[in-house]
Ligand binder design. Sequence first.
Ligand SMILES: Cc1ncc(COP(=O)(O)O)c(C=O)c1O
Length: 414
Amino acid sequence: MGSSVGEGDSPSGPVVASHARAVTDDAPVRPRDDFLVFGSPLIGEEEKREILDCLETGWIGTGPKVARFEEDFRHYKHAEHAVAVHSCTAALHLSLLAAGIGQGDEVITTPITFGATANAILHTGGRPVLADVDARTLNIDPAQVEARITDRTAAILPVHFAGRPCDLDAITAIAERHGLRVIEDCAHAVETLYHGRHVGTFGDFGCFSFYVTKNLTTAEGGMILTRDEEAAGRVRMLALHGLTRDAWKRFSDEGYKHYKVAACGFKYNMIDLQAALGIHQLRRLEESWERRRQVWDTYQAAFADLPLTLPADPDPETRHAYHLYTVLVDRDAAGLTRDEFLVAITAENIGVGVHYESLPTHPYYQESLGWRSEDYPNSHWIGERTVSLPLSAKLEDRDVDDVIRAVRKIVAPR
Ligand SMILES: Cc1ncc(COP(=O)(O)O)c(C=O)c1O
C-alpha cells in the first residue's frame, strides 16, 4: 500500500487558530451540545424563499421548478439532455434499463462504493461483477476491469470516488473495444472535470446524487445526463409510471390532457420542493467547491506529519470535486485501528463517516453472489482502514481547527 501523498511536501504543522479553546486531555475538543455533524448541508436564504414560493403557488409536485433545475444543470454540465429523478439510485436503475441491461447481463463495477450502485444492477436482473480499485486513487482499476470481461459483460459502471475522476480514457477505450455500455456513477462528482470535460458526459449515461450530504443537495434527488435523445425520453417516461410524455402537465391551465401507460414504469420523479433547493444550490456550487478545496488543503498540510495515509493530490488535467476527505488509519502505523479511531473522534464530538467498507463484506452479497472480500485485496485493505473527516462548505474555520486538533489528539506525529 502506498505511502501518503503530500507526506513531507508541506512544511506546515497543525493549523491552530488564535481563538482555539484551551483543551485538556480529558475534555473533548468540542462540547457535547455542539457536536459537529458530518456532511451538514449549507442552505441559504434563496432556497428558503424558493421553497416558500412552492408552498404559496401550490406547485409542490413535479412542475416548472424541476424543468428549470434540469435546464440549469444541463447547461452547467455542458450536457445534451438532463432528466431529474428522486435519487441517484433511481438514476442508475433507469439508466441501466435504458442501456438495455437485463436478466443475466454482467455489469462491472467497484467494491469501494455505496450498496446502491450494486443494488441498481441487481434490480434490472443483471449481475454486478467487481473489479478491484487502484490503491492510490481508490477508483476502479481499468486493468482489473479488462480482466473481468466475459461474453456476458454488457456494461461498465465506474464510480468517481470522492469526486476524483476515474481513468476515463482507459475505461471508454475498453468499452469501445468490447462493445460495452458505460454508466458513470457521479454521485460524488458534480464539479469533476476530466481533461477539461465534465464527468457524466463520457459514458452513455451519467448519474448524480443530491442526497443531504452531497456537494449539491435537494434533500433527496438525482439527475441523469445522456447524449441520446431517445434514451432521455425513455428514462423520463420510466421515471413517471411509464406514462406518455408531459403527463405531469395533465392538471395544468393548458387544459386536461389524456395520458397513456406506455411502459411498466416507476415512481422516481423529482418534485418542485426538491428542485427549489437544487436551483440555488447549483448557483452556489463554485463558491462551495472553493471552500471545500481550502478545507482539503488545510487538512493536507495539518496532517502531513501524522502516520496516516492522506488522499492523493488531484491528478493533472483533472478537477477534483472534493466531496470526501478520506484518510486511512492503519494500526501498525498509527497505533490504533480505524474502528478505535472512529470511537475516539466521536468522543471528541466530531462526526465522521466511512466510505466505504468493501461491498463483499456485506452479508447480502456474500450470501447471494458468493463474494469474498479477500478476492479484492486493495478494496479490502482500504475498506478496513478508511475514515472520512468533515468536508462541507458549511464548515467554519473554528470547525476545521477542531477537526485538526481532535485528529492530532488521537494520532501522535511520527
Ligand atoms: C457512490 C454512490 N452511488 C450511489 C449513491 C446513491 O445515491 P442516492 O442516495 O441519491 O440514491 C450514493 C449515495 O450516497 C453514492 O455515494
